[in-house]
Write a protein that binds this ligand. Sequence first.
Ligand code: ATP
Length: 305
Amino acid sequence: LSQLFRPLDLLGMVYRTIRQGLIDMEAMFKLVDTPQEVTDRPGAPPLQVTSGEVRFDTVLFGYDPGRTILKGVDITIAAGKTLAVVGPSGAGKSTIARLLFRFYDVTSGRILIDGQDIAAVTQDSVRDAIGIVPQDMVLFNDTIGYNIGYGRAGATQAEIEEAAKGASIHDFVLSLPEGYETRVGERGLKLSGGEKQRVAIARTLLKDPPILILDEATSALDSRTEAAIQEVLGEISRRRTTIVIAHRLSTVVEADEIVVLDQGVVVERGTHAQLLAADGLYATMWRRQAAERKTEGLGVEDVLA
Ligand code: ATP
């Protein structure tokens, strides 16, 4: 009898593989909205992560030949430390994250992870080492359990629940009509910005990467949700090399180092206290935000960029 079912099994498997491929592609394009422009060099070895140090060495980059976006960026993030990138809108903050994930190759200079040029190792191995908590998470039209479990192929239900607890979303999931089996996404239950962000965090916890990119949401969350999410993010970035693309100042104060980017150039760097003392662009942005907080009675929602 099993002979009879084997072709059917195979068909099912092919179907699932194709479906997964389509979902992955959809996720890829929606999440990052960039075409695949990078190919591996023949015989490229995989990245070997030892401690997770990240270094940008004189990185020059433009999306189009006529326009340079990053004009010689030097950044080093020691293993396990947190670097925040701030600066006006269009300065190139998100571009830094896209280059680290190797959606594009740099025009000149190098990006190194533990001393290895990411352009010389396989893309897959670079992406395996990095978790992204994006600004605006796109959910798959599937169950919430699937959406969390996507962080690691073959994750068990217990592991999924563990990750959900880590992201403070487990209790919320249990309160849904069908728990982890509840369908979400465009054709299912719509989740709020904060809930989606927690799904992204749970997914990242499952993936357990040594390097983390936090692309802070530009849209405002209410300050209680924001504070709760900050706490979880602080927790998951503690043991990981973290780069925070900050559109607001809320995560920045605690960072080990802040770089201020303006028109593709690092114009200031230091800790929050050092940058306030330097009384430059960062201090100006900080004061402006403080004033906005006062006049508008806003919490952490103030937009930096
Ligand atoms: P914001 O705070 O507004 O998100 P940012 O500092 O993150 O801004 P980037 O998204 O890195 O800025 O964009 C830097 C510059 O690169 C912008 O001028 C933008 O128009 C340009 N840019 C971004 N993505 C592309 C792309 N895919 N193709 C061409 N130009 C792009």
